[in-house]
Design a protein around this ligand. Structure first.
Ligand SMILES: [Zn+2]
Length: 280
């Protein structure tokens, strides 16, 4: 059955998932993964991980006429979802309604990943990426739901830091079954340093998280509980509810203990501007 997301037609949901579930976040190279691993390992001996951290979100809603007019209710619901999702990692997200910006710009509204429009928009709109989570919304290139930058990219290209979300993926949007706001939970996961749980498939270079079993490729839809699905190792179960898999919004509810640790390590390594002075 044909599957439509953000004005693009796919032959079915599986094809949309093969296309990347609309997540355009760049795939980390083995060299990136190794470098981050080495840096975190070297850093571990020097620091105690923080227990709690508050992150201020800056919303930049790019509009095109009547499109993209995200409401206060949607912002509140999105922030609540982030808080629920990352509470176990000690993170809380907040925002100020006074800081919310609406910008009407057709080119920016239709931006693609790594496009000139994206760079122009972020250069013009972005708040200090060392201190804030820049959260951009817009219509994006058709077929996409969003993307994010990784913590280890902040130093080299601070302007591009943040998450970019399809406006209709926020709670109350029209991008069903991806309209409950879990795409932002997934993209913020990347922004906090998490890779896809199926990163590297079964070839041994996984997501660097020891309690998310390796699986050969993304799961999608609402996979049945209690089955191994496409886990690489006999006896393992693919993490079908994990935020960093590609399942439907209403199927995502898991952040593992090792993912929580990885988030804290990444923040303490690459996003030290977010930390309270006591943690630095
Ligand atoms: Zn992703």
């Amino acid at each position: 059955m044909a599957f439509f997301i953000n004005n693009k037609e796919f032959s079915d949901q599986e094809e949309f998932i093969r296309y990347g579930r609309g997540c355009a976040t760049k795939i980390p190279t083995p060299i990136d993964i190794m470098r981050v691993d080495e840096e975190i390992t070297a850093n571990k001996t020097r620091r105690k991980l923080f227990s709690e951290l508050s992150i201020e979100v800056r919303f930049h809603h790019i509009t095109y006429g009547a499109r993209g007019l995200i409401t206060k209710t949607q912002r509140i619901q999105q922030i609540e979802l982030l808080n629920t999702a990352y509470a176990s990692a000690g993170l809380t997200f907040n925002y100020s309604e006074q800081e919310v910006k609406f910008i009407d710009n057709e080119n920016w509204y239709n931006m693609g990943h790594a496009s000139a429009s994206e760079r122009q928009a972020k250069t013009s709109l972005g708040a200090d990426p060392h201190k804030y989570l820049n959260f951009y919304t817009g219509g994006l290139v058709s077929g996409l739901l969003g993307w994010a930058t990784f913590p280890y990219d902040l130093a080299g290209d601070p302007v591009m830091d943040g998450v970019v979300m399809l406006d209709e993926s926020l709670p109350g949007g029209t991008a069903a079954p991806y309209n409950l706001g879990m795409t932002a939970v997934h993209e913020v996961g990347h922004w906090l340093g998490l890779f896809h749980t199926f990163q590297g498939g079964c070839d041994g270079i996984g997501d660097q998280v020891k309690d998310t079993p390796a699986h050969s490729s993304a799961n999608y839809g609402k996979p049945e509980d209690g089955k191994p699905h496409n886990a690489c190792t006999i006896g393992d179960y693919a993490p079908i509810h994990n935020y960093m898999n590609y399942v439907d919004d209403d199927w995502m509810n898991e952040l593992t203990i090792a993912q929580e640790t990885r988030i804290k390590e990444q923040i303490m390594m690459y996003r030290t501007g977010l930390l309270n002075p006591a943690n630095v």
